[in-house]
Design a protein. Structure first.
Length: 271
């Protein structure tokens, strides 16, 4: 876990009924997040675990000991590790420096983002237990991200988001739609590494029905787009996770404005 004081990021205001969003505070809570990730990514989505992961039934890598883990906890189930029903992994510059890179750099040239002035935040490993996949749960996660972004003065967020399957041709419509309608401006645009680059514009722009295109975009990516997010250039096939990835970039002020306004109206503090 990251070497920060988490108390400043825990607030009773970050609740929705029996659900609370906060940072993991213990190794047991991080393990619970990793176990949830294993169930979603490896059992539900058919990713390929290492033998060690399969034996422990946890999804983990070197970044997990360096980053922060945002959790959704159902207090009707438990107040700590036993109640974890959603998670997001948050990697700031300092954690990436200790790891030697950001996670995304294995798939994308993110040098333009790394050169961006101010703090940046890589989002990843987002997953929610199937029983909790509702708009309310995702909104709660984003309220937590907004609080985190405000606390650390995050200027830009980015990460990889996935479309199901490893056949890009089967994803020609949503990938082409994203390329023509949501490509990041050059100054912020990640580009897939040459040896992993898959052309997104597999269809001509005039062939695309935007309504059909957006309908085939996964909900998480739609959420980023609703916040004014962009995609990078080139898709990447991730055979381990059984997905085709795109790079996402979101300017943080779009998120903090949306989610902090709720607290400003109530005259209360997020942190």
């Amino acid at each position: 876990m990251a070497d920060i004081t988490t108390d400043a990021l825990i607030s009773g205001e970050l609740r929705a009924g029996n659900l609370e969003v906060r940072l993991a505070e213990t190794a047991a809570e991080v393990h619970a997040a990793q176990m949830l990730r294993f169930r979603v990514f490896y059992e539900e989505m058919q990713a390929r675990p290492t033998p060690e992961m399969a034996a422990q039934r946890r999804d983990y890598d070197m970044f997990d000991q360096l980053c922060d883990h945002l959790l959704v906890i159902d207090h009707n189930v438990g107040v700590g590790a036993s109640g974890v029903v959603g998670t997001y992994r948050l990697i700031r510059r300092a954690a990436a420096a200790r790891a030697g890179s950001f996670y995304s750099s294995d798939e994308y040239d993110i040098s333009r983002i790394e050169e961006y002035p101010g703090e940046v935040l890589e989002l990843g490993r987002s997953c929610v237990d199937p029983a909790y996949r509702s708009r309310g749960t995702m909104q709660l996660l984003w309220r937590g991200i907004a609080a985190y972004a405000a606390h650390y003065d995050i200027k830009l967020m980015f990460g990889c988001a996935s479309l199901p399957g490893t056949d890009p041709k089967a994803l020609a419509l949503p990938l082409s739609y994203l390329y023509y309608h949501h490509l990041a401006p050059p100054a912020l645009r990640p580009v897939a590494l040459p040896h992993r680059y898959v052309e997104m514009a597999m269809m001509e722009e005039h062939e695309i029905d935007p309504r059909r295109g957006i309908n085939e975009v996964p909900p998480l990516i739609k959420g980023y787009l609703r916040l004014g997010g962009f995609v990078g250039e080139g898709a990447v096939v991730d055979h381990q996770f059984n997905t085709t990835d795109v790079s996402i970039v979101v300017k943080t002020d779009l998120i903090t404005d949306k989610y902090l306004r709720h607290y400003e109206r109530r005259g209360s503090s997020l942190l």
